[in-house]
Design a protein around this ligand. Structure first.
Ligand code: S3P
Length: 172
């Protein structure tokens, strides 16, 4: 079985995905890291030098590659499910489950504010109010894709261990 972690930037996909892979003794792949390795560039550099459209095409191509892996936990980028046929590829992938890690807007703002410089889509936002407004609109557009996941786990006010326990209960 493969398990896909889906959710907005800062929702904990990488942290939870990595811990869950250790628990299950599965391989772990972070799609952003995979793209960076294959392209030989960091994500902000890809956005800057080649543009977002190039990035989205690369993301679709590499998603198709990682779909062939087995017994793997895959943390996707925040935008991965929302472009092209990506969510269809994820939901129809055999022997796989998708998990939406859902976080509230205020929690996302807290987690993303100090890291926004390294995230091309939010790097231009100047203060917490602008970030709050941006995330609110963006999440509203993206929720229709995220909510197609097999299961949804709210991460608000939960420890990593709480989330791991909930994953085991809901997935197996
Ligand atoms: C993006 C999220 C990022 C990365 C890229 C675009 C998005 O991944 O793929 O900067 O569109 O939300 P994380 O969600 O892992 O930060």
């Amino acid at each position: 079985m493969n398990i896909f972690f889906i959710g907005y930037m800062g929702s904990g996909k990488s942290t939870i995905g990595q811990k869950f892979s250790e628990l299950l003794k599965y391989e772990y792949v972070d799609l952003d890291t995979y793209i960076q390795d294959r392209e030989g560039l960091l994500i902000p550099e890809i956005f800057k030098t080649k543009g977002e459209i190039y990035f989205r095409k690369a993301e679709n191509k590499y998603l198709k590659e990682v779909l062939h892996l087995e017994k793997t936990i895959l943390s996707l980028g925040g935008g991965t499910p929302c472009y092209g046929n990506n969510m269809e590829l994820i939901t129809t992938s055999p022997k796989s489950k998708s998990v939406y890690l859902k976080s509230s807007i205020p929690n996302l703002v807290v987690r993303l504010y100090n890291e926004r410089a390294s995230r091309p889509l939010i790097a231009h936002l100047n203060d917490k109010d602008e970030l709050t407004e941006f995330i609110g609109k963006h999440l509203f557009e993206r929720s229709q894709y995220y909510s197609q996941s097999d299961i949804t786990i709210s991460t608000d006010n939960k420890s990593i261990n709480d989330i791991l326990e909930e994953l085991v209960t809901k997935l197996f």
